[in-house]
Design a protein around this ligand. Sequence first.
Ligand code: NAD
Length: 498
Amino acid sequence: MYEIGHFINGEKVAGTSGRTANVYNPATGEVQATVALANDADLQAAIDSAKAAQPKWAATNPQRRARVFMKFVELLNQNMDELAVLISREHGKTIEDSKGDVIRGLEVCEFVIGIPHLSKSEFTEGAGPNIDMYSIRQPVGIGAGITPFNFPGMIPMWMFAPAIACGNAFILKPSERDPSLPIRLAELMIEAGLPAGILNVVNGDKSAVDGVLAHPDIAAVSFVGSTPIARYVYGTAAANGKRAQCFGGAKNHMIIMPDADLDQAANALMGAGYGSAGERCMAISVAVPVGEETANRLIEKLTPMIESLRIGPYTDEKADMGPVVTKEAQARILGLIDKGVEEGANLVVDGRGFKLQGYEDGYFVGGCLFDNVTPDMEIYKTEIFGPVLSVVRAKNYEEALDLPMKHEYGNGVAIYTRDGDAARDFASRINIGMVGVNVPIPVPLAYHSFGGWKSSAFGDLNQHGTDSIKFWTRTKTVTSRWPSGIKGGAEFSIPTMK
Ligand code: NAD
């Protein structure tokens, strides 16, 4: 057993609330740690240290800020094995997948090493007689990030890397399910040269989130998690005068055209549907083969692949996927599978009875495949967030396109085809934020930005890429006249640049 507290003003501290939550090993079902749940006093201590440190950090020139990230990237690489274990033992995903989690965050840190260039501003010389005009982007002050359990490395780094590079102080409220990695990241940022107080980690649950949303000193809130909470955080932050970007759930479709390379498509579906036990917001959970023959051939290829998935604890180096995160998640997923059967979908591969010797109390769910799913079914409408793939058969391209178009969520989507015209039409017409053409999980790289549409995102600026620099800074525009523009006396009509 170990205890996880907070990270405030450059050091690990215990919580003062007396409230804790259990942190489980999902492979065994054992409680392996407790995590402190912050109260207002813990949050205030973090904010006090952030407030004290931020002005000096903002005044540090951007090259020096960038150098902290150069060193941090080096430390992440040096400590990669340890970091991956910290994730896997609390999240349950495989070690390789946990490394991917760290690396996708590390790439955002690499991106923000370009902050001197990214934060350069606009200047117009001679906007009027003797008038120059320039816009500068200044840090918002103190930003906060509220993150989900499924990427405890990548998503905190999506947020704190640009926020801190822009000169802000940051309060991270990670998921209480797997809180060890975020604390370690904060320690490494200090080792990389970040001043104490610029990155604080406050663990907690709804009450810590509400504390963040109500606090007058927090200017901007970034959230990633489920849609109902994203909507709540967005609304509350806005009502309290904060800027917010909130990313929610997903139901990502993959359209498989009759001309697609079906081996390629089946392999893509395996990785995108079952990797990380389906607990990715960019997982493919709906396959839409076009035409009966495509559907039959696809099911034929997928069935043995799903039946032979290797499922195990993170210590099994050969495992394709691990358990799901909690007992509640397991029960919810199993309940949704039962519901799919009740609703009349055809459960071609049934993973409900999966048991692993020696890990009988782990939160495992075997890979499941549903055929003949229809849009009115619960398993189609709801984000299952588990290793369950639904096949919805479409007669033609237009019918296939219509499915993700009409779905509530709009995070990611993919099309598999050899036809450039179909792919181009699809990318242009689809109302979804991230589109893959023969790419199953089209997660944009750090220098582009990440974000969905419809109920998958609230707010107008995405994660990382140049959007993140805009989100974590505010614009100030200066109009200046030198040296003697007021000689002519007062002006009573609005100045124009005619
Ligand atoms: P979650 O919504 O349960 O929790 C996310 C965060 O919100 C956590 O920090 C949690 O402590 C906090 N929280 C939980 N309940 C709250 C409440 N009632 N009030 C205030 N705060 C609360 O999400 P999760 O289960 O950790 O993560 C899975 C979800 O995240 C899935 O829906 C997945 O699709 C989504 N997700 C989305 C993206 C994206 O970029 N769109 C990326 C990853 C995960």
